[in-house]
Design a protein around this ligand. Structure first.
Ligand code: SAH
Length: 274
């Protein structure tokens, strides 16, 4: 009887040991899981981005290969066929035009925030707008909406005569110094309302408007050369617009619809009275 009780106690003892061990293992697993979650939550975004995005914090060569992939996948893979445009998009360093926190995703095909609540356009749209303008070296081009300066840099790889207007002084100043620093000092930047164009340097072979308006600013069509092209996101400035290509033929405006787009609004004079 006494012996039986001892055996029983011994078994109970072994059962509680096993239970204790299992609890420890469970606790350990849970702690690992918790630490892992905390680590991922607080680690800087490029590390997080690396998991579902092949773009990790880069060195120069890695930026170049991400850019190459972007050209293949998002531009050639769609309808960008102009070899010059493809070459330039593979050359201009978009990551230099965004805040360092966004550099790891600079070659993903979407817009990114810049200062003052504005955006740098997605690479595909930059390439598309450049392509439809059918630019030649020596052309004189006016851009409305300098933003980061990226589109201006792309244009200046085709022709040195680039004029760009930005209504937000802080953005204009930042873009101007960035463009100089990156070797695009030929781009002339002005802080003003682009609605009125840049009379002093008119007429232009091409005008590119990179903010949305619900009508074409008349001063811009006036400052366009005969045969010149103007591209503008036209429509609702709060929702979507139609990327519209205007060609001036014998003083008349030929209108062509290109694609649906969503741009930040043109502010200033464009908002009045319409
Ligand atoms: N092309 C830019 C992106 C443009 S975002 C790039 O490559 O980064 C649109 C820009 O248009 C914003 O910076 C905004 O401030 C500017 N903008 C809005 N209304 C304007 C106006 N009336 N004249 C000039 N710029 C204007």
């Amino acid at each position: 009887m006494q012996e039986a009780r001892y055996k029983m106690q011994d078994k109970e003892c072994r059962i509680s040991d096993a239970f204790y061990l299992a609890s420890c293992l469970l606790l350990l697993t849970f702690s690992f899981f918790l630490l892992d979650t905390i680590f991922h939550f607080f680690s800087p975004s490029p590390l997080n981005a690396a998991e579902d995005n092949p773009l990790t914090p880069f060195n120069k060569g890695e930026f170049a290969s991400a850019r190459k992939k972007m050209v293949e996948r998002d531009l050639k893979g769609r309808d960008i066929i102009d070899p010059k445009v493809l070459e330039i998009m593979g050359k201009v360093e978009r990551h230099r035009f965004v805040d360092k926190h966004f550099q790891s995703v600079a070659y993903a095909d979407h817009p990114l925030p810049i200062d003052e609540g504005q955006t740098i356009s997605q690479p595909y749209i930059v390439a598309l707008m450049t392509q439809v303008l059918k630019l030649k070296s020596g052309d004189k081009i006016l851009e409305i909406g300098t933003g980061s300066g990226y589109q201006a840099a792309v244009l200046s790889e085709i022709t040195p005569n680039i004029y760009t207007i930005e209504i937000r002084k802080k953005l204009a100043d930042k873009a101007e110094s960035r463009l100089k620093e990156l070797g695009y000092g030929n781009v002339k930047v002005k802080a003003a309302d682009g609605y009125f164009g840049w009379e002093e340097h008119a007429p232009f072979d091409a005008i590119i408007v990179t903010c949305a308006a619900n009508h074409i600013p008349p001063p811009l069509t006036k400052q366009l050369k005969e045969g010149g092209r103007l591209v503008i996101p036209l429509g609702s400035t709060t929702y979507y617009q139609t990327l519209t290509l205007i060609t001036k033929i014998k003083g008349e405006l030929d209108v062509q619809h290109i694609s649906g787009v969503a741009f930040v609004p043109m502010v200033g004079e464009a908002e009045k009275g319409r």
